[in-house]
Ligand binder design. Structure first.
Ligand code: ZN
Length: 309
């Protein structure tokens, strides 16, 4: 039996999964990401872990097709990682280092692109899709004809930093003003709710909360709170607008919503669809909207798919 590995390298844990060549997941586990000494232990720890798995299961070298890994940074067309700030890495040749540590063929991609590739392959995407990851920030990945769109320096798919509002006065984490992330992330939704409450005297149960969260905004809206519903309509307007712009470039079959905010489920999906119907170009009106289905496993599936390809 031929097997391989998909690895999703995050800032606190490394998710590792073993797969059959078909993409059937055999096993998954996590190890801590040791970021001390500029992350020098990270690749050796991953190598020890997968080699340990092979030894334990009696898997010979020639039965392993390889290892794919998603990293939290830009990966260029030659597989060079420019930097991974939250791991302490500067420019790194992950392919060379990890293949010399494991003796396996290695491929590397950006983590958000790998999550998109995973959803495209085994989740709810298809071969032409855009994954919109709505979490603390907004990330994403674009899959065209079954392949991740990476661009020259690996910056393709950074949809959270498309500019939506040229008049924004507060900066985004990236240093620009008015990025998608400032309105459509969990943090952005909280900020929009806080701003709305500060600018009106409208009654809302959100005012009783010690701390407003994105989940609380969805929950109170579902309970009929008019302020929360208005805030979400503003959020959906931004989401529909920026997704419509992406679709003008990509014309995907499906847009898949993932990340923590997507746990809001059907109301989110319906709100974005409603807004997209208004902002979407006529040739893109058939675009399907779906919720992501692989959760935290998407990155490992996608990283393994790199090796299968
Ligand atoms: Zn930004």
């Amino acid at each position: 039996m031929k097997i391989g590995f998909g690895v999703d390298l995050g800032g606190t844990t490394v998710k590792i999964a073993a797969f059959e060549k078909t993409g059937n997941m055999l096993s998954k586990w996590e190890i801590p990401t040791v970021i001390a000494n500029n992350g020098a232990r990270i690749l050796p720890d991953i190598a020890d872990s997968v080699l340990g798995y092979c030894k334990e299961k009696g898997i010979a070298k020639d039965e392993v097709i390889g290892l794919g890994i998603g990293v939290p940074g830009a990966v260029d067309e030659n597989g060079i990682v420019a930097s991974c700030d939250n791991l302490g890495w500067g420019r790194s040749d992950v392919i060379r280092e990890l293949s010399s540590l494991t003796g396996m063929p290695v491929k590397v991609g950006n983590d958000a692109n790998m999550a998109a590739l995973g959803e495209a392959w085994k989740g709810s995407g298809g071969d032409n899709m855009v994954l919109v990851t709505l979490g603390t920030g907004v990330g994403g990945g674009i899959i065209l004809n079954g392949k991740p769109l990476t661009g020259k320096t690996g910056g393709a798919g950074e949809i959270g930093h498309m500019v939506l509002n040229r008049n924004e006065t507060r900066p985004c984490n990236c240093g620009k003003y008015g990025c998608v992330e400032q309105y459509c992330s969990a943090t952005g939704i909280v900020r929009m709710a806080t701003d709305y409450l500060a600018s009106t005297v409208d009654a809302s149960s959100l005012r009783q909360l010690e701390k407003i969260t994105a989940k609380a905004v969805f929950d109170t809206a579902a309970d009929g709170d008019a302020v929360a519903q208005t805030v979400l309509e503003q959020v959906y307007a931004y989401m529909g607008e920026f997704i419509a712009n992406i679709c003008c470039v990509v014309n995907p079959e499906a847009v898949v919503l993932g990340g923590g905010v997507s746990r809001a489920g059907e109301p989110l999906l319906e709100g974005v669809k409603r807004s997209f119907a208004k902002w979407g170009y006529h040739a893109c009106q058939d675009t399907q909207f779906r919720l992501a289905t692989l959760g935290n496993d998407a990155g490992a599936y996608g990283a393994f798919k790199l090796i299968v390809d």
